[in-house]
Design a protein around this ligand. Sequence first.
Ligand code: NAD
Ligand code: ZN
Length: 265
Amino acid sequence: MPNEALGKAVDVLVRSRHAVALVGAGISAESGIPTFRGPSGLWSNAQRLEAFDFGRFQQNPEDWWENILSQWGQMWSLFWQTLEAAEPSLGHYALAELETLGIIKHVLTQNVDGLHQKAGTRSLTELHGSFRNFRCVRCGTRSPIGDFIEQLAPALVFKQFPPRCSQCQSVLKPDAVFFGENLPSDTLHSFALHSALTDCLLLIGTSAFIRYVVEVAQDVKSYHGALVEINPEKTALTDICDIVIPAAAGTVLPEFVVRIRGLSA
Ligand code: NAD
Ligand code: ZN
């Protein structure tokens, strides 16, 4: 691990007023959840693109639910079981610890796996929602998927089908943001707030192919905030980062914790 870059990053973090972590699928690769572009194809085949298409859901939510259990039931089960089996990685736990130490003020995650909460992160925005919750597209109420599920195999079976919102009785969709769906307004608000406040943005395990990830990094840079990247591979943002640590999140973040604890000992 590059010692000099690590030292510089710790220095910047300790001096920052509002350090924010912007996290991608890389941190969860160490929890056994494949990245978007990774080899397993958990996310990227054509059936998935079709199933998680917002236009299709909007056209007829009842039909969408029929399809997910009949045509796409195996896929949905695989998704759910992969998430259920996953435990937070060392990187997730270290990020939660950095919040407790008062260093990280907020985590903006692109991940939909719920592992940040499981690791103990409190100040969190799930930019793309979560596959652990349902969300009402009419009133925005979120509810844990577990409240609706009777059993898992061979496909998911719901106590009540299709699942309906307890507030307005509309048909629910998974909280995860589908292809073609806008981010919910509370998410956008939180994203804008923490992006504007940050003077140190940690880019962790994201390939930065989503436009707003690139834009927030460029904004932070233009206001003289520090950009720190933790990623074993080069990304679209590597060249504009102030500090680049080309290593795994599960190695680097625990090392931050050790060094920062060491400063106050
Ligand atoms: P991505 O798959 O495009 O990129 C993952 C990045 O992580 C790569 O740059 C890779 O080099 C890096 N990486 C791999 N292992 C790492 C490690 N141990 N430590 C640090 N970095 C590591 O992921 P993305 O940029 O998050 O975009 C994918 C999109 O798909 C997201 O918008 C997300 O919503 C969704 N997605 C979510 C999950 C999840 O919830 N776990 C998983 C896959 C995809
Ligand atoms: Zn509702």
